[in-house]
Design a protein around this ligand. Structure first.
Ligand SMILES: NC(=O)C1=CN([C@@H]2O[C@H](COP(=O)(O)OP(=O)(O)OC[C@H]3O[C@@H](n4cnc5c(N)ncnc54)[C@H](O)[C@@H]3O)[C@@H](O)[C@H]2O)C=CC1
Ligand SMILES: [Mg+2]
Length: 339
C-alpha cells in the first residue's frame, strides 16, 4: 500500500481516516497514474491468465475457479517456458483486494496453450462458457479483463499517424509518442429495454440466439442521443411501437462482442397500441408474454425443453445478464399490483 504525502509517516492515521473502499479506490488511482508504483505492484500482485482472450480456469471438486497466480509463480512459469519474466509488464490492472493487493490480467497468447494448461493444471475456456461455469465474484472481473485485453490488442497503432502506441504500466491508456494522442479504453453505451403493456411484457429473439431464448430489446446509442431517445428509437425501429413512459433500472458492463455499457430500462407502451410490427432485418421473432409464461420459464431455468410439437420452450437470459434482472423486476412489479 502506498501512503500519500504526510500519511507516509503516520499510516495508521490514513487507515483511521478512510474506509476500506476509499483506500482501495485511492490505491487503484495511484496505480493507474504512476508507472513506478504499478511496476512494484506487478511484483507483489496476482495474475488472472488468458490465452487469446479465453480465461484460465481450474476445476476444484465440482466447481470451476479462475485462479489468481502469484507474481513469483508467474515469473517461475515464464522462466520454465523459456520466456523473459519481463513479459508480466504486458499485463493490465483489473482491480485490487481489500488489503490493496493488485490484480492483473495477462494474455499468454504468445505461448503454446497446451503447455501452459499442463504446467498450471487447468484449461483456457471461451469466456461465454466460463461465465456459466463460474461463481459470482469472478464474472465481472473476467469480463472487464477480457474487454481491456481486447482493447489493447486492437489499439496497437495510432489512427492518425500509424505509429505504434505504448501502454502505460497499468494499461489504463495508450499513448502515441509522435502525435501525443492519448487513447483510453472504450465502451459503447447500449440500452436494453423491457417493454410492458401493463399486463404482458415484450421479448424478442435474434437468429443468432440459442434455441428458445428470448430477451429484452437492446440497441447501441447513436452519437448525440440521450438515453431516453435511444430507448424510444430502438423500440420504434425493432417492434414498431411508441414508448409512453420509461424509467432506469440498473447497468452492467457486457464484454460481448466488444465492450458495452448496458443501461437497463423499463418502458410502458400505450395499452391500446400494442400491435407488434417486427423489423425482420434485426429480429427473428418478437411477441408479448404473459406473467404465467415468464414465471414458468424462470422456474425451468436457462435450458430450453423440447415440447410435444417439436418446438422448444421459452428460455430466458442467464441470471448474470442484466436482461434477466429486468425480467425479474417486471415479475415483482406485476405481483405487487393491486388485484
Ligand atoms: N447483458 C444482457 O442482458 C444483454 C446484452 N445484449 C447485448 O446488447 C448489444 C446490442 O444489442 P443489438 O440488438 O445487437 O444492437 P442493435 O439493435 O443496435 O443492432 C446491432 C447493429 O447496430 C450497429 N451498431 C451501431 N453501433 C454499434 C457499435 N458500437 N458496436 C456494434 N454494432 C453497432 C451494427 O450494425 C450492428 O449490427 C449486443 O452486443 C448484445 O450482446 C443484448 C441482450 C441482452
Ligand atoms: Mg437490437
Amino acid at each position: 500500500m502506498i501512503y500519500p504525502g504526510v500519511y507516509r509517516r503516520t499510516p495508521s492515521l490514513w487507515f483511521r481516516l478512510h474506509s476500506t473502499y476509499v483506500r482501495k479506490m485511492r490505491y487503484l488511482f495511484d496505480l493507474k497514474e504512476d508507472d513506478d508504483i504499478c511496476r512494484q505492484a506487478q511484483n507483489s500482485g496476482t495474475f488472472y491468465l488468458f490465452h487469446n482472450l479465453s480465461p484460465f480456469l481450474q476445476k476444484v471438486g465440482s466447481k470451476y475457479l479462475a485462479p489468481q497466480i502469484s507474481a513469483v509463480e508467474m515469473k517461475s512459469t515464464l522462466g520454465k517456458l523459456k520466456h523473459n519474466e519481463q513479459m508480466i509488464e504486458n499485463s493490465v490492472l483489473i482491480g485490487c483486494s481489500d488489503a490493496c493487493m493488485a490484480y492483473f490480467a495477462l494474455d499468454l497468447g504468445f505461448l503454446e496453450k497446451s503447455v501452459i494448461e499442463s504446467e498450471l493444471k487447468g484449461s483456457f475456456t471461451e469466456l461465454r462458457k466460463a461465465l456459466f461455469q463460474l461463481d459470482g465474484k469472478d464474472r465481472p472481473l473476467l469480463s472487464s479483463a477480457q474487454a481491456l485485453l481486447r482493447w489493447h490488442d486492437t489499439h496497437q497503432f495510432c489512427s492518425k499517424t500509424g505509429q505504434p502506441t505504448q501502454k502505460n504500466v497499468a494499461g489504463s491508456k495508450r499513448v502515441c509518442r509522435t502525435s501525443g494522442i492519448i487513447y483510453y479504453p472504450q465502451m459503447s453505451p447500449v440500452v436494453i429495454t423491457l417493454v410492458s403493456n401493463g399486463s404482458q411484457c415484450l421479448l424478442a429473439r435474434q437468429a443468432a440466439f440459442p434455441k428458445g431464448m428470448y430477451s429484452a430489446l437492446a440497441g447501441f446509442c447513436d452519437v448525440g442521443e440521450t438515453l431516453e431517445e435511444t430507448v424510444r428509437r430502438e423500440v420504434a425501429e425493432e417492434v414498431g411501437l411508441e414508448v409512453e413512459s420509461l424509467w432506469y433500472s440498473a447497468s452492467q458492463h457486457w464484454p460481448f462482442p466488444n465492450s458495452s455499457l448496458m443501461i437497463a430500462c423499463h418502458a410502458i407502451v400505450q395499452p391500446q397500441q400494442t400491435k407488434i410490427s417486427m423489423n425482420k432485418l434485426e429480429l427473428e421473432a418478437a411477441r408479448w408474454f404473459s406473467l404465467e409464461e415468464i414465471e414458468e420459464a424462470l422456474k425451468r431455468g436457462p435450458k430450453p425443453l423440447k415440447q410435444e410439437n417439436q418446438s422448444v420452450s421459452l428460455c430466458l437470459p442467464p441470471k448474470w445478464a442484466i436482461a434477466h434482472q429486468l425480467i425479474q423486476e417486471w415479475v415483482k412489479q406485476q405481483a405487487s399490483k393491486p388485484a
